[in-house]
Design a protein around this ligand. Sequence first.
Ligand code: IUR
Length: 377
Amino acid sequence: MMTAASGRPHSTDCNHQVEMLSVPELIKKKRDGGTLSDEEVKAFIQAVTTQNIQDCQIGAMLMAIWQRSMVATETEALTREMMRSGEVMSWPEEWAGLVVDKHSTGGVGDKVSLVLAPALAACGCKVPMISGRGLVHTGGTLDKLESIPGFNIHQPPAQVRGILASVGCCIMGQTETLVPADRVLYALRDATSTVDSLPLITGSIISKKGAESLTALVLDVKFGRAALYKDLASAKKLAQSLMNAGNGLGMRTGAVLSRMDTPIGRCVGNSLEVIESLETLKGKGPDDLMELVTSLGGVLLMMIGKVSNLSEGSRQISEAVIGGAALSKFQAMMEAQGVANETARSLCSAHTDYYSILRKAQHQMELKTPKDGRKYT
Ligand code: IUR
């Protein structure tokens, strides 16, 4: 039990009489290449969550982890304890086996979530999709959705349950109560140049997905010029680490490795990506986006046992998009998340003047192209 920021904590376990290390001793153990036990990782994360530790001590531990990395059991313990640092969502029993989500390590023009969430809902899944803001040069799903007037990404848990019951998918931001340890660690990782550490990335991503209490999770791990990891070998290592941690939490976790050398689809930018997503949901999407949506969705349908193979899973996702069922789900999700019925209906109708409805960028600059392009009308 951690009792003070730098004092010697005492074990309360009478059978084992394990002497728990103090925070400086924990840092020293990691710094010198030792392997932290489950109890030691737990003590560190509890100290972070209860603020019973100094920022400089957290920073030192982050740097020790960055330099020494972690073995699989440490990463699993880190992920589990981070997940338990806050609220863990719970779902009605009748949804057992149906709750799924996707995580992408970030891509330019990556609007997969906007198409995949409603497509999965149309296939009978429950999708409590917690998304993020833009990070470095990649846009965020929340920023994109907020270009739709009225779309509310802040949804309390009871509301989320209601939306999942009636629609099947809800795309929202992280709440204050979900994985609070990640908020502290992420800010200090940024300040200490320790963001790019495999166990720290794994703990951060998978703890938040674990807190969604998913049956299955699919990871879209990017590699290439515009990705977090440039080469296939390091992307595979990341995918393996994320899968180990996800499966360790009891979520069926699979991964797709995809190239990130050129933007996905033809549009980059918040409202432009909403337009391209709506066009895709109307059956007129670009092939690369459809391929990603159907592959990731197909993997999820296979992992929850709705289909027996990947090609059948991909076919069902494709049918949900091409046949319009996913578009109806997207319209219902917009309405459930605060968009006026008239606006949602208009955005989903066959002939829409998107540009008169969606929010525009505050700062605009004209760039001349020597070649003709295309404009969605
Ligand atoms: N997204 C996260 O949720 N956590 C991370 O550490 C990174 C991206 I990098």
